[in-house]
Ligand binder design. Sequence first.
Ligand SMILES: Nc1ncnc2c1ncn2[C@@H]1O[C@H](COP(=O)(O)OP(=O)(O)OP(=O)(O)O)[C@@H](O)[C@H]1O
Ligand SMILES: [Mg+2]
Length: 563
Amino acid sequence: MTRIRRLPDHLVNKIAAGEVVERPASAAKELVENALDAGATSITVDLRDGGSALVRVSDDGAGMSAEELPLALERHATSKLPTDADLDAIATLGFRGEALAAIAAVSRFTVTSRARGAETGLRLAGEGGAIVQRLVVPVEAGTTVEVRDLFFNTPARLKFLKTSATELGATLRAVTQLSLAHCAVQFRVAHNGRASLTAPAAKDVRERAAAVWSWPIAQRLVRVDRSEHGIRVHGFASAPDLTRGGRDDVVVIVNGRPVRDPALLQATLAAYRPLLSRDRFPLVVVSIDMPAADVDANVHPTKAWVRFRHPRLVQEMLVAALREALRAPDVVPAMGAMPSATWSGGSTAPTIGTPSAADQHALFAETPAPYAPGVFGRVLGQVQDTFIVATTDEEVFFLDQHVVHERVLFERLEAEVAAGAPPSQALLFPETVDLPPAARALLERWRPMLERLGFAFEPRPGGALVVSAVPAMLKGDEPRRLLEAAVDELGGPKTDAPAMERALAFVACRGAIKANTPLAREEMERLVADLGRTGTPYFCPHGRPIVSRVSMQDIRRELKRTW
Ligand SMILES: Nc1ncnc2c1ncn2[C@@H]1O[C@H](COP(=O)(O)OP(=O)(O)OP(=O)(O)O)[C@@H](O)[C@H]1O
Ligand SMILES: [Mg+2]
């Protein structure tokens, strides 16, 4: 039997390093975090071969004295927890006193530092955790850590490194996230001598987002800012028509630390949920600021995960803050040019609709709520029997009446389905509908969803279907045409939307008032007021804008008015 033995330090360090340093990106992240903790105003990262050949991070922070420097490379040596109690309210990015030791244990390293106020700097160099060189050097105040040949002495780890492009991507993501969390600090990242990220000191997150995501994108971000229960959620989020195919640009920062928190990611997506299809993701950078004692970063060696004292509250705050931001009018893209439309505005608005048309739409079937001017202000009239025009003091809105009504009906149905069943209209004379076998099979598959929405149909021997009820919202529609349309719609190209949502969208679209339908003023007012009360008045369930707006400011500018 083998004897138990105490592992030598160099082996302990190597093992521990495995937890902290998974890949070049983790080394870069740790070094940049150290620079930020040191109060740097400028941080430069140089990479070679995706970081596996070289990660070098230089900063102009506080630096380390000649006495401190060797200590920094030891395990469990940190300047960041002066008292035991500090662990309960961590205010720095680092606190474990482990990163430098871990990185040094699995690389050929050089650490050069000069403390502010010191005459000269000191350089320590070595490999595999052992210092082999000590040099006094004339350098600027600040610190440079060079990490070469990461994992040169841990071949198993080395094997797991991906291509240089993949590692570079991971490193850029890590540094980008930190740069979004600390926008007053200048960041420069170069790969094989070429600049890959240049972010000058920024005055706010939007400016920083412009450096990392481009200016046109930054301009389309809406501000998020909500404080409650001692928690502040602030930052920027993309309008739902600005999306990505992946979730890399959802950045959640907790007390200055970008975190990986599946629940917060889910919360973010939930806030966008009705607006985005499953395969699209928003661009979001939100900081959640809260008392340090309410969040524990000491959960995982990489410090990327945190634990909250009140996780639900934090998730709800995030959803509320994002929803609020997505309801703000600046979510709507402003139109560049003046609209050239023929008006039927003001008192000349045509009066409406034949009674039969009125029967068709749930809109008209209900007692109108008293109209209160909401987000879209006053209704002016209708253009081309298709667009409703409304205005506030600051903006003129063009609303697509069909899409508006669809949005309203969709949310109403959704609420009704959640509450039980939406009103269903039994047919006085059940209707027999002949459908091809494929169509019958399709309806059979969708039956649970369709029944929850108020349909009732039964197959008859011989292949026909007998329809005995339809959603009240669609009672004006001919049952046969309705089923045919359902087959067309639900049998169409698959989207990622959940089945119930697709069925809902079908009914909402079918029930909604069509384009080229003249509306009375009260009907328009009702529609616009209803839209203003929906959860997401600016976009349809698929992220298409419902509203287009022209700002009066632009009009004044264009017409050279000075008031
Ligand atoms: N760029 C730097 N500028 C100034 N001091 C630094 C720098 N990097 C490291 N140090 C000093 O070295 C110490 C050890 O760094 P190290 O990253 O190993 O641990 P830490 O940051 O304290 O904790 P963690 O392991 O969680 O990162 C730090 O506490 C800090 O005092
Ligand atoms: Mg550190």
